[in-house]
Design a binder for this molecule. Structure first.
Ligand SMILES: Cc1cc2nc3c(=O)[nH]c(=O)nc-3n(C[C@H](O)[C@H](O)[C@H](O)COP(=O)(O)OP(=O)(O)OC[C@H]3O[C@@H](n4cnc5c(N)ncnc54)[C@H](O)[C@@H]3O)c2cc1C
Length: 353
């Protein structure tokens, strides 16, 4: 099944039901569907304080107070801080950093399943896996850190990935790494997910300590919490619930004839913006103008992969920014990489251009 597995490997556990998803695609699709069904999203709204009231909780940010009868705390590495605002039974989340190396699509066929090492005390161990888009991914490391925003990668950790990945798989072409990145797992001291209503906080529910495999578990955790809240609130299933979400058209999955028809209807699908991934202006415009549309360069990247390829957006970023500015009616200077404050342009050149 896997000719590249190292000859030093003596046995493996085959898990045929294991799967690989695009974490961005999964999360964004669910969010769009929630929005279509009436969920309000308040972005860039950090909850700084929570006060218990007679009828629930006041969630207080720098510029608003949101009253909620029921609260679900799904604040990732900050879920201990949010929990501790309402409960005497304290949680302690340790951020556990994991670095990854992403390799070019040319290396994507090296393995066809996710090849794990044996798990260790700190987690599942370093894996080598194809991604749903055909790249090869290796990592992650597992190192406890103190800073909840510490997502830098280090040469030492990347070297560690390269060493451990080769224990299980031969000839990984590390010269084809196109990017590296890291994320923080929300490791709770009790070493488990903390899911359910908080004992001394009526109507306040935790989905805390959601470290790996938190993404795989999220649909089940969501259903479990929704059932508990519905029971308490005597809530019924929404009438006219919209069960499906229409995704962004991917011209690469169409036949040549279908693609031709699409371009005739909307010529923007004939203009390629991201040359590495072959992403058209039509796809980017759809990503920006649809439900919960992208407002930043990373928002576009995570919806349609413009900038995800070999050049890591070196060529397409100005064009993507132009489309974002045009479709959202903003100035180029206001376009951010991701969160507010990450503006990509700082001003005009001499001469006003
Ligand atoms: C290296 C690594 C490898 C992983 N591998 C896997 C894997 O193979 N399989 C798997 O299933 N899972 C894996 N995971 C775990 C998975 O990524 C997480 O479980 C999942 O992303 C957690 O989702 P979440 O919604 O609970 O938290 P997050 O995605 O962290 O979201 C928390 C949200 O809360 C917001 N927030 C925080 N504080 C506040 C506040 N005060 N006010 C308002 N908003 C706030 C944040 O901005 C953020 O949007 C991995 C994680 C890492 C880091």
């Amino acid at each position: 099944m896997e000719p590249s597995v190292s000859e030093t490997v003596v046995a493996a556990l085959y898990a045929p039901t294991g799967g690989i998803v695009c974490p961005f695609g999964l999360t964004i699709a669910l969010a769009e569907n929630a929005c279509d069904n009436g969920t309000d999203f308040l972005f860039e709204t950090e909850i700084e304080t929570i006060n218990k009231t007679d009828s629930g909780y006041d969630l207080i940010s720098s510029d608003k107070i949101i009253h909620a009868t029921y609260v679900v705390n799904a604040a990732g590495v900050y879920s201990d801080q949010i929990h501790n605002m309402v409960s005497e039974s304290k949680l302690h989340i340790i951020p556990r950093k994991g670095d990854y190396c992403l390799l070019d699509k040319e290396a994507g066929n090296l393995v066809s399943h996710t090849i794990f090492q044996l798990p260790g005390k700190m987690g599942k161990g370093v894996l080598v896996t194809p991604t749903v888009h055909g790249n090869l991914l290796t990592g992650p490391t597992a190192i406890n850190v103190t800073d909840k925003e510490e997502t830098s990668t280090t040469a030492q950790e990347l070297a560690d990935i390269m060493e451990k990945a080769t224990w299980g798989v031969n000839n990984i072409p590390f010269r084809q790494v196109i990017t590296s990145f890291s994320g923080l797992r929300a490791h709770e001291e009790g070493d488990d997910f903390v899911v359910g209503e908080v004992k001394d906080a009526d109507g306040f529910f935790d989905a805390a300590g959601m470290e790996s495999p938190g993404l795989s578990s999220a649909p089940a955790v969501g259903v479990y919490l929704a059932e508990q809240i519905a029971l308490k609130a005597n809530a019924k299933k929404k009438e006219n619930f919209i069960e499906t979400r229409i995704g962004i058209i991917n011209p690469q999955k169409l036949s040549l004839e279908e693609r031709g028809e699409l371009i005739k209807k909307d010529p923007r699908y004939g203009t390629i913006i991201c040359r590495c991934e072959g992403i058209s202006e039509g796809e980017i415009a759809d990503a920006v103008t649809r439900t919960l549309g992208a407002v930043s360069v990373d928002g576009v990247k995570r919806r349609v992969r413009a900038g995800m390829g070999r050049c890591q957006s070196g060529f397409c970023i100005p064009k993507t920014m132009e489309i974002l500015a045009r479709e959202t009616g903003r100035n180029m200077e206001d376009i951010c990489k991701n969160r507010s404050g990450s503006n990509l342009l700082t001003g005009k050149r001499q001469g006003g251009e």
